[in-house]
Design a protein around this ligand. Structure first.
Ligand code: NGO
Length: 529
């Protein structure tokens, strides 16, 4: 009995290795098990700007491998991931203590990689990542992790060998801003759930996490002096669940965790509309002095802060001031969308005034593109979220210097259903299968908004129908990877067939990581993923 169990287990592991290898090579299990096939450079997602494989050259990470690094935290991150899957000790040390299997260096990177790029060399004697800045080094580490066999993504020890194909990758992003947004207002997500998502998006070189912290259904961030925002406004969510909120300490923990993955958190408090939770918490914020009831439905456009009352701006100065103090990055998002309950003149006056408050606290405002109907400050960024490919007001703003973040709802919204049969999500912007999410060019999509006006791309996940981490993952993956690639990779690499292959290679990794991704029939997922 014991022998049979033992044998069964051994067969299980062999099959797992074969499946993992066949996953990355496309070779059948019987062949894959006998080869030391490496992950081709063409599997790296997002596609690098330049990659030159060296035929016949490989490097094998052995049990005695060490990591030397100019940035200890990045060495620890890499070692932390690989210790779990390899079971090797992987000591992390300074480059001054001699050569190591993996070197992460802030020296001698080609200038062309800029602040966010890197160069990665795999030779017979080791692996070297070079960058100008730590964020570039971190991006290079993500590429290295993708070049290791898929089983490196496992959180439990897997059998070697850990072979990496030789060559050089010189890589840098197309856009500086590559974002994901999570709506924690419609449904609340805990610090641990947000950190889980941070870990997942970091793999694809996403460097901004926009948190939608307040909406009609919930206020999710503690503001000193305004306790009812969270005790009342944070007490429910869509469907009437318990809601929740972040203390400022919780929020700092999210910001620090994101920073450790080179991701900047951008907080959003939506205004003047989408404010029922605040209006329900404080009667004095309402023009008629009456607090409305809490709201747990999914309608939009029915609430507005009282634009004419001085207390509105005292309130916003406290909110924006405290958020600014919690935010190391340059941006605060002020929402500004769907203000159907605010007359246009009031809306413009309100947005103009709020931009000044943001500036007074040392930050730049981002607003949904509706804010171009006010007078954007030169520093204000507009986030395009419509389903059209032309918008005169946005094009005019871009012509006058406003930078644009591209989140077209019918391409980049992760809450749209994939197909009619998708159990989660909405379809107001259409159905968005992976090919549609990938098939557009952020640098020319919106007429009159050319590449120089585009700061980057962002994939928002609104959570009217999203309740668990598995729900997040089902809607985000694989589409988040598509938007991340549009943000990072040069347009010259844009190719659906090649992208399908890169995406397929992620399947076994997501499976090992326990990511509940959507197995789109548009992708040929490897067996066992
Ligand atoms: C719209 C709306 C949100 C919804 C979302 C759902 C924007 C910017 N405002 O996008 O309130 O949650 O659609 O897809």
């Amino acid at each position: 009995m014991a022998r049979r169990t033992q044998r069964g287990r051994r067969i299980g592991i062999t099959a797992l290795v074969a499946a993992a290898l066949s996953a990355v090579t496309g070779i059948g299990p019987a062949v894959a098990a006998r080869t030391t096939a490496t992950v081709p450079f063409s599997s790296v997602l997002p596609a690098p700007a330049g990659a030159t494989p060296a035929a016949g050259v490989t490097y094998t990470l052995g049990s005695g491998a060490a990591i030397s690094t100019d940035v200890p935290d990045i060495g620890d991150y890499l070692a932390g991931v690989l210790r779990r899957s390899t079971g090797y000790p992987l000591p992390v040390r300074s480059p001054s203590s001699g050569p190591a299997a993996v070197s992460l260096l802030l020296s001698a990177a080609p200038a062309g990689v800029g602040d966010q790029g890197y160069q990665l060399d795999v030779t017979r004697s080791g692996i070297v990542v070079r960058a100008v800045k730590p964020e570039g080094l971190f991006a290079g580490v993500q590429t290295l992790l993708e070049l290791l066999p898929a089983r490196a993504a496992s959180s439990t020890p897997q059998p070697g060998p850990w072979v990496v194909g030789g060559g050089r990758i010189v890589d840098h992003p197309r856009f500086a801003y590559r974002g994901a947004m999570l709506d924690v207002a419609r449904h609340f997500f805990s610090v641990a759930q947000v950190e889980r998502y941070i870990d997942q998006i970091a793999l694809y070189k996403v460097n901004r996490l926009h948190l939608h912290l307040a909406d009609d259904q919930g206020w999710r961030i503690a503001v000193n002096g305004w306790d009812r925002l969270t005790s009342v406004g944070g007490s429910t969510e869509v469907g009437g669940g318990p809601g929740g909120f972040y203390t400022q300490a919780d929020y700092r923990a999210i910001v620090a965790y994101a920073q450790s993955r080179y991701i900047t958190v951008i907080p959003e408090v939506d205004m003047p509309g989408h404010t029922n939770a605040a209006l329900a918490s404080y009667a004095e914020l309402n023009c008629d002095g009456q607090a409305p009831p809490l709201y747990t439905g999914t309608d939009v456009g029915f609430s507005s802060l009282c634009v004419g009352k001085p207390i509105t701006y005292r309130f916003l100065d406290d909110v924006i001031g405290q958020l600014a103090a919690l935010t190391p990055g340059p941006y605060l998002h002020i929402g500004g969308d769907e203000a159907q309950s605010t007359v246009p003149a009031d809306y413009a006056a309100f947005v103009d005034r709020v931009q000044q408050i943001v500036a007074a606290h040392g930050k730049q405002a981002i607003g949904w593109h509706d804010v171009v109907n006010a007078t954007p400050l030169p520093s204000t960024v507009a986030q395009f979220w419509d389903t059209t490919t032309s918008n005169t007001a946005v094009a005019d703003a871009a012509r006058h210097g406003t930078k644009i973040i591209m989140s077209p709802a019918n391409r980049a919204y992760l809450d749209m259903k994939y197909t009619k049969a998708t159990p989660l999500g909405q379809d107001w912007a259409g159905l968005t299968e992976v090919r549609k999410a990938y098939g557009w060019n952020p640098g020319s999509y919106l007429s009159g908004v050319g590449e120089p006006a585009v700061l980057g791309v962002e994939a928002p996940l609104w959570t009217e129908t999203i309740v668990t981490s598995a729900d997040i993952e089902y809607m985000a993956f694989p589409r988040l990877a598509a938007i991340a690639e549009l943000g990072w990779s040069p347009q010259s690499t844009h190719d659906w067939t090649a992208f399908r292959g890169r995406l397929a290679a992620q399947g076994p990794r997501w499976t090992l990581q326990g990511v509940a991704y959507y197995k789109s029939p548009q992708i040929t997922w490897p067996t066992g993923s």
